[in-house]
Write a protein that binds this ligand. Structure first.
Ligand code: GMT
Length: 377
C-alpha cells in the first residue's frame, strides 16, 4: 500500500510512534511518505520505500500566526496526486486531522477519494484538544475521519467523555521494536562512563513539560539517594529543565544528576538503567515507560491515564497517586535495595513489554488500512 504519514517530527511520543510505524511498514514493503515540517528525529535512514516531503510555511509580515494547516493540506493534496498515495494516517489530532479533512475535500473535487485514519495520542485530547478554543474543530475532525484509533483504553474513554463522538474508536496500543533493545544490551551498554559499578542508575526521559512533573522526579531521586548510592540521568529538554537544574543544585545533588539533553538513541541509555521514573500528571500511554521496560528497566510511575495498561503494579514496577513522591521513593528503594528483587522486577518488566512488540501491533494497523481502503472503493 502507499501510505502518507503526518506527524510532529519532534522528540514527543506521537512523532516517535508515527516514525517507527512508518519505518516498519516500509520494511514490510509498503511505500511510506512522511509529510511533515521537518525530517522526523528518528527517521535517520531513508530507504527505497521511505520518502520525506517537507511542508514549507512562508513568512509574511501580515501573518501573526503562520497558516500551517493550509500549507499542510495543500501539500497533502499535491503528494496524494503526485505519488498515488492511497491512505493518509495522521498522528495527533491537532491540527493534522483537520488538515487531512480539508485535503480530502479538495481531492474529492478532482474525483479522488482518500481515506483518513486518525490516531489520537493523548494531549491532543486531554490537555489541548478539549480546550474550548479547539474542541469544536477537534470533534469535527475526529467524527469525519474514516477510522479513529487511540493508543490506550484510557484515552478512548477520555475521548468519549470529553467529546461528542459518533465514530467507533479502536484501541491500538503503542509498540516497541524488541530486537533494538536487546541489541543495545549486548553491544553498546557501557555503564562505566556514567556510574561506578556499585551505583544504581535511575533514568527519566521526557519533553520536560509541566505535565511530566519534573520537580517530582528530582524529589523522588533526592529521597532515594539518601538510602541508596545512585545516579539520575535526565534525558530530554523542554520548559521545565532550567528549574530542575536549579533545584538539583539547591538540593546539593549536582554530582549525582546528569542532564543529557535530547537523544535519538534512548535504547543506549536505557540499557544501562536500573529504574525508570515517570511521575506524570497524566499519560495516555507512557511510551517512554514501555521503552524502559523493553530494556529490562522497571518503572516507578503514577497511576494516571493509561499508565496502568503499561506498568503492572507490583510486577513491572509500582504505581502511585500523582504527587505522592514519598511513596514513589519508598517503592523505588524497595526495588533497588535487594539485588535479587531488582533482577526479578527487571525480568518481569522485559517479559511484560513483549506483548507490545511491533510484530503484534503492526498487523492491527495494516488491517485498519485494508478496511478503510475497501470502505472507500
Ligand atoms: O507526552 C507528551 O507530552 C508528548 C505526547 C506526544 O503527543 O508526543 O505524548 C503522548 O503520546 C505518546 C505516544 O502515543 C504517549 O505515550 C504519551 O503518554 C502521550 N502523552 C500524554 O498523554 C501526556
Amino acid at each position: 500500500m502507499k501510505i502518507g504519514i503526518v506527524c510532529y517530527p519532534t522528540f514527543g511520543g506521537s512523532g516517535v510512534v508515527a516514525t517507527e510505524l512508518g519505518i516498519a511498514l516500509a520494511n514490510k514493503g509498503h511505500e511510506v511518505h512522511f509529510i511533515t515540517y521537518n525530517q522526523p528525529v528518528r527517521l535517520n535512514a531513508l530507504s527505497k520505500n521511505i520518502h520525506f516531503h517537507e511542508v514549507f510555511v512562508e513568512e509574511y509580515p501580515l501573518f501573526h500566526f503562520q497558516p500551517y494547516e493550509l500549507a499542510l493540506s495543500s501539500k497533502l493534496v499535491a503528494m496524494v496526486k503526485l505519488h498515488g498515495i492511497e491512505i493518509l494516517h495522521v498522528h495527533y489530532a491537532i491540527p493534522h486531522a483537520y488538515a487531512a479533512y480539508m485535503a480530502k475535500q479538495m481531492l474529492r473535487e478532482d474525483g479522488i477519494e482518500i481515506p483518513i485514519v486518525t490516531t489520537l495520542h493523548g494531549t491532543d485530547i486531554t490537555l489541548v484538544g478539549s480546550h474550548p478554543n479547539y474542541k469544536t474543530a477537534v470533534e469535527f475532525s475526529i467524527n469525519n475521519s474514516d477510522e479513529v484509533t487511540a493508543v490506550s483504553h484510557s484515552l478512548k474513554k477520555d475521548t468519549l467523555r470529553l467529546f461528542n463522538i459518533r465514530k467507533d474508536i479502536k484501541v491500538v496500543h503503542n509498540f516497541i521494536e524488541v530486537d533494538k533493545y536487546a541489541k543495545a544490551h549486548k553491544e553498546d551498554c557501557v555503564r562505566s562512563n556514567l556510574a561506578s559499578p556499585d551505583q544504581k542508575i535511575l533514568t527519566h526521559i521526557s519533553n520536560f513539560r509541566p505535565v511530566k512533573r519534573i520537580p517530582d522526579v528530582v524529589d523522588i531521586f533526592y529521597r532515594v539517594q539518601q538510602k541508596i548510592d545512585a545516579k539520575l540521568l535526565m534525558v530530554g529538554d523542554g520548559p521545565e529543565r532550567d528549574a530542575a537544574e536549579k533545584k538539583v543544585m539547591e538540593l546539593g545533588i549536582s554530582e549525582q544528576v546528569l542532564f543529557l539533553g535530547n537523544s535519538s538513541e534512548v535504547d543506549k541509555i536505557l540499557c544501562l538503567s536500573d529504574l525508570f521514573l515517570l511521575p506524570s500528571e497524566t499519560e495516555s500511554f507512557g511510551l517512554a515507560a514501555l521503552e524502559a521496560m523493553a530494556a529490562n528497566t522497571p518503572v516507578i510511575s503514577t497511576n494516571s491515564g493509561g499508565l496502568a495498561e503499561v506498568n503492572s503494579d507490583g510486577v513491572t514496577g509500582f504505581l502511585s497517586n500523582v504527587g505522592d513522591v514519598n511513596e514513589m521513593a519508598e517503592k523505588a528503594i524497595y526495588i533497588l535495595e535487594s539485588e535479587q528483587r531488582l533482577e526479578e522486577f527487571k525480568k518481569n518488566a522485559f517479559d511484560f513489554a513483549q506483548q507490545f512488540s511491533l510484530e503484534t501491533i503492526l498487523p492491527q494497523y495494516e488491517e485498519i488500512y485494508r478496511s478503510v481502503k475497501v470502505g472507500i472503493c
